[in-house]
Design a protein around this ligand. Structure first.
Ligand SMILES: *[C@@H]1O[C@H](CO)[C@@H](O)[C@H](O)[C@H]1NC(C)=O
Ligand SMILES: *[C@@H]1O[C@H](CO)[C@@H](O)[C@H](O)[C@H]1NC(C)=O
Length: 384
């Protein structure tokens, strides 16, 4: 009976995926072929065939025999995770193949570049009584009634058709997620304040923010103190392009740059989804950190499932929730309630390219501090 349901599901999937690639189709047959078998991933010819299609779709160059074996092994491991997930019948989210499917566990772990500072984290740089301007230029007046869903990716700066969120970027093999999340907030400020679209330089933060550790992680408050000491100046992405390695700081105040007047930041009360929704709607996207798995035995599964996340509401079991456990920085750009599962979620921007997740975004269950995502949010705004 269970098998029948599975097969039906599979036929439906094939039916709707009209534009699916050879790799998608081969993956679907591979998953179907594992049904009823005791363990997935035992057919090495089928895996090799899938891997060849994968290399073609993701433009992998011919490599040394050792490198080839390393990539095939990593790919098989990702495939195993995917098949296991499918087998367990998990409905809330799906896994797939993406640009990270042949990465090693070390390479995946390296992407998690959040280093939560020890001790007190300053909750704001605003002076007592200093007020913030909302993203659409009003003075915030405490609580307003909240819409049931919200999504900055579909919004424009008021009175313009300038999108307030830039296209998804890719941090490469560098633990610089914290700079991507930070720059997303500055790009948002650029759009709403200057009414123009501008991609800004993550590499500047990687090279110049000395309290952070370049490709080995950092944290919101450190990056903020750098940008404050740099008098709010940020070069553009095209002038100071991304290299995915730390180099000497070559920021130039004479280059094409953005000079913000001054900016304030604030944390939002932790573990309070309503307060986060309010801050999001009032001020803009939120910089947050989440636990994205690591190489410890009990968390490898989360690491590899998050790496393969394709769609749906991310809600792995056994995820730690403390701020100290979080290790990956991302940006909340919206919220809503999933129509099929009824699960309330955050819509979150990642920096792993568009082949990952829902065109580079993911949705994660909200209201339960899933993987610590509600444990330490920050926003940036203009002073009133
Ligand atoms: C995809 O991964 C490869 C390494 O396997 C990396 O060199 C490349 O920059 C990545 N590209 C994208 C668009 O993510
Ligand atoms: C993995 O994360 C857990 C939970 O935060 C932590 O206790 C453990 O030390 C981490 N392991 C590694 C290898 O980072």
């Amino acid at each position: 009976m269970r098998t029948t349901k599975f097969v039906l599901c599979f036929i439906l999937l094939v039916g709707v995926q009209v534009s699916s690639t050879d790799l998608d189709k081969a993956l679907e047959s591979f998953i179907a072929s594992t049904i009823g078998k005791s363990s997935g991933g035992s057919n090495s010819d089928a895996i090799q065939n899938l891997f060849n299609l994968y290399k073609k779709e993701f433009n992998r160059k011919t490599q040394t025999t050792n490198e080839e074996k390393l990539r095939l092994d990593s790919f098989s491991a990702s495939l195993n995770t995917l098949v296991d997930h499918h087998r367990q019948g998990e409905k809330a989210y799906t896994l797939g193949l993406n640009n990270h499917s042949d990465w090693t566990q070390d390479e995946l772990t390296k992407l998690n570049g959040v280093r939560v500072p020890q001790g007190n984290i300053l909750t704001t740089n605003a002076k007592a009584g200093e007020r913030f301007t909302t993203w659409d230029g009003k003075i915030a007046t405490g609580k307003t009634s909240l819409p049931t869903s919200y999504d900055y990716t579909t919004r424009v700066a008021s009175g313009t058709n300038v999108p307030v969120v830039q296209p998804i970027k890719d941090q490469g093999n560098c633990g610089s997620c914290y700079t991507f999340a930070f720059i997303s907030l500055l790009e948002f400020q650029y759009a709403v304040q200057l009414k123009a679209s501008q991609s800004l330089s993550e590499q500047q933060m990687v090279d110049c923010s000395t309290k952070d550790n370049g490709c080995n992680g950092g944290y919101f408050t450190n990056t903020f103190s750098y940008i404050l000491s740099n008098l709010w100046q940020v070069n553009t992405e095209s002038y100071y392009p991304y290299k995915a390695v730390k180099n000497t700081c070559v920021f130039k105040s004479t280059g094409p740059e953005v000079k913000y007047g001054s900016l304030l930041y604030s944390t939002v009360t932790p573990n309070n989804a309503a307060a986060m929704q309010q801050a999001l709607v009032n001020y803009g996207p939120l910089w947050v950190s989440v636990f994205a798995g690591n190489s410890s035995a009990s968390y490898q599964q989360i690491l590899s499932r998050f790496g393969g996340y394709k769609s749906g509401i991310w809600q792995p079991s056994g995820c730690p929730t403390s701020l100290a456990s979080t290790n990956h920085a991302v940006v909340i750009v919206g919220y809503g309630v999933d129509a099929t599962t009824n699960i309330p979620y955050w819509k979150v921007r990642n920096s792993w390219g568009t082949s990952w997740g829902e065109a580079g975004y993911f949705r994660i269950q909200s209201g339960v501090n899933m993987c610590g995502i509600e444990s330490g949010p920050f926003y940036i705004a203009k002073p009133a």
